[in-house]
Every structure is written in structure tokens, then in C-alpha cells.
Design a protein around this ligand. Sequence first.
Ligand SMILES: [Zn+2]
Length: 94
Amino acid sequence: MREYNKHNQERIILWNRRGHLRRKYGTTPEDIDAMLKEQDYKCKLCKKPFRSTPFVDHDHKTGRIRGLLCRARNIGVGHTERFNLQNLKEYLVS
Ligand SMILES: [Zn+2]
């Protein structure tokens, strides 16, 4: 029951952001809701259940929505995008 309430709360937050979603991502709360269900209410990267409102991660060049992420992962993706990914991979395993 607690889980259900949590999901519902997130939905309410998203619904309240209708105008924001349309302006920024060209999407609707219904689409986000479907994505949430598809991702089983978990972050697409770390696979942990959302504890707060999910972040809409989108490709800044194409505008395509890649998925819903937790705050930490969304920030991580934003930073990573500015790096050369190959350099980063090499650095991480060096
Ligand atoms: Zn995450």
C-alpha cells in the first residue's frame, strides 16, 4: 500500500507538470506514466525504485526521450555527455 501511494504521489507531481512537460520535452504526463510502468517504476540506469520524482532524460540534439532516471543518474548522464565517451572508458579502466 505504501508503494502504491508513492507511485500515485509521483503521478500527481507529473500531472501537475503538464505544461512543463509539453514545453520542455513535447510529451504528456500520460506518456511519462506509460514509461514509468514500462520501467517498472525504476531508474533506467541504476534499476533502483524511484524515491522522488523521476527525471526525464532526453537527447539534447534530437529531443528524443531516452528514459526516466533518478536524480543522481540524470546528473551523471549530463556530465558524461560532455566527455568523449571513449576517453572516459579508457580512463576508468586504466
Ligand atoms: Zn538511478
